[in-house]
Design a protein around this ligand. Structure first.
Ligand code: F6P
Length: 511
């Protein structure tokens, strides 16, 4: 694989970006009647309009050339062959295998796939048992990062499919306020705690799990095997913790890619076994698209390359996500981890410092709320922030007017960003020519959500691959964890020797 900044395409893209300085979306549409068609495409469950982005046909062909020169297709194929592409942890990245139909791969992957299904069946059977158990009214997922954000996002997104009569809670923070607020409304006999942790060592999750177990016993609970289950690759640690019901999985599932694994049990209980299978099937359809569609008509590839173009050639350092569906309110948080933990890297796969930028900052809120908060900056601020709209055609409520108003606002915002308003000067001037992508789902279902999330996973793979980084490790989270142990001990002892003056000062104040 050639380093992206050493390719000919990179040089050509640099020249192209200079010539592109005068690019204006309004002129681009005037000059090319087919622009909207050429820069739109369908992928499984998702229609994407890329035409309001700062790119043209030449940009796309140069980006495609960059993909070829950096060996994107070969790297993608290596992932789908189960090669150990996560080199710093010496692991494969096979989250996609979790959504692969039973018996559908041959060779070396046949055995891991058989294990996937041998795990999925009892997991879904357990989910159905809990659904049928009227005595269990509260399910509490205790986990953090990928063991929280994916399941939480999906349960919220699929609220229309969620079984009535059960409440789903998510406790992630080590801040005891969060667990305390959940516990105060629970009864031992009607609660199921799911301890979701790939490693079963994460400080926050272990602290919350211990406190939940302590609370359960203190309230007189004596059937831990019925009221606690563990979702982890570290089955031994779960057993040591005292949990008998454990659903295991494999180190080749990254935390932020784990909603498809037993970590998704909360989702399976919420939407049922068939719903969960539909979620997997939607994601699998997107996997196939990513694997087989020509790169020019491959949506994750086009989005990932657009991310590279924006980050490295137009210097747009962030991307905003605006889901125009209130049920997708945790989607920006999930995508934040997906993009920033995967691609927030400063060295290449061999550990050499990079001479170019990587992950953009991701942020966002559901529309129309964002319009009344920070869209001001998107329209008139000094920075250009590409905005990604995600809209859903069919609502599931029957409140007259609301959905059309919602969709009208989404379209109008994309239009306003692009068109601007030239005839008013000063404070009322809108420069326009501000880029956006519009993703559209027909309906928000388990299948379409699965496809949407898999699309985002693969677009992150694409930009990470071009950048030559390892998108599947996360060494940057380790230092803080180690220092927190030291500070924790110092908070108890009061020893400040060897600390910088600021840290010592804060510690003294907090004791
Ligand atoms: O600290 C970061 C991280 O390792 C994430 O990658 C992961 O999703 C999260 O912590 C939780 O990890 P675990 O599932 O092992 O508790």
């Amino acid at each position: 694989m050639m380093r992206c900044d050493l390719t000919l395409a990179w040089k050509n893209l640099e020249h192209h970006a200079q010539a592109f300085a005068g690019f204006d979306l309004r002129t681009a549409f005037e000059q090319d009647a087919l622009r909207a068609d050429r820069l739109s495409q369908t992928a499984p469950h998702v229609f994407a309009d890329l035409s309001k982005n700062h790119l043209d046909t030449a940009t796309e062909s140069l980006l495609q050339e960059l993909a070829r020169e950096t060996g994107l297709a070969a790297h993608r194929d290596a992932m789908f062959r189960g090669e150990r592409i996560n080199t710093t942890e010496d692991r494969a990245a096979m989250h996609w295998l979790l959504r692969q139909p039973e018996g559908s791969v041959q060779g070396a992957l046949a055995e891991p796939l058989a294990q996937v299904h041998a795990t999925l069946q009892p997991l879904l059977a357990f989910a159905e048992t809990i659904r049928a158990d009227a005595q269990i009214t509260d399910v509490v997922n205790i986990g953090i990062g990928g063991s929280d954000l994916g399941p939480q996002m999906a349960v919220l997104a699929l609220q229309d499919f969620v079984i009535p009569g059960k409440r789903f809670h998510f406790v992630s923070n080590v801040d005891g306020h969060e667990l305390a607020a959940v516990l105060k409304d629970l009864k031992t006999e009607s609660t199921l705690f799911l301890i979701a942790s790939k490693t079963f060592t994460t400080l926050e999750t272990m602290t919350n799990a211990r406190s939940a177990l302590g609370w359960y016993k203190a309230q007189g609970g004596c059937d831990v095997s019925r009221h606690f289950a563990a979702l982890t690759t570290n089955v031994a640690a779960a057993a040591e913790f005292g949990i008998r019901t454990t659903f295991g999985f494999w180190d080749w599932v990254g935390g932020r890619y784990s909603v498809w694994s037993p970590i998704g049990l909360t989702v399976a209980i919420a939407i049922g076994a068939q719903g969960f299978r539909n979620l997997l099937a939607g994601a699998h359809a997107m996997d196939q698209h990513f694997q087989t569609a020509p790169l020019e008509q491959n949506l994750p590839v086009r989005l990932g390359l657009l991310d590279v173009w924006y980050r490295n050639f137009l210097n747009y350092t962030s991307r905003s996500i605006a889901p125009y569906h209130s049920a997708l309110k945790r989607l920006p948080a999930h995508l934040q981890q997906l993009e920033m933990e995967s691609n927030g890297k400063r060295v290449d796969r061999n550990g050499h410092a990079l001479a170019y930028g990587t992950s953009p900052v991701l942020w966002g809120e559901p529309g129309t709320n964002g319009q009344h908060a920070y869209f001001q900056m998107l329209h008139q601020g000094t920075d250009i922030v590409p905005l990604e709209f995600i809209a859903v055609k069919k609502p599931t409520h029957n409140l007259a007017d609301h959905h059309e108003l919602l969709l009208a606002n989404a379209i109008a915002q994309a239009q306003a960003l692009m068109l601007g308003q030239a005839d008013e000067g000063g404070h009322k001037h809108f420069p326009g020519n501000r880029p956006s992508t519009f993703l559209l789902l027909d309906e928000l279902t388990p299948a379409s959500l699965g496809a949407l999330i898999a699309l985002q996973e693969h677009r992150v793979f694409v930009s990470g691959s071009v950048w030559g980084i390892n998108s599947f490790d996360q060494w940057g989270v380790e230092l803080g964890k180690v220092l927190a142990q030291d500070i924790h001990a110092r908070l108890a002892s009061g020893h400040v020797a060897g600390l910088d003056a600021s840290t010592a000062g804060l510690l003294k104040r907090l004791r």
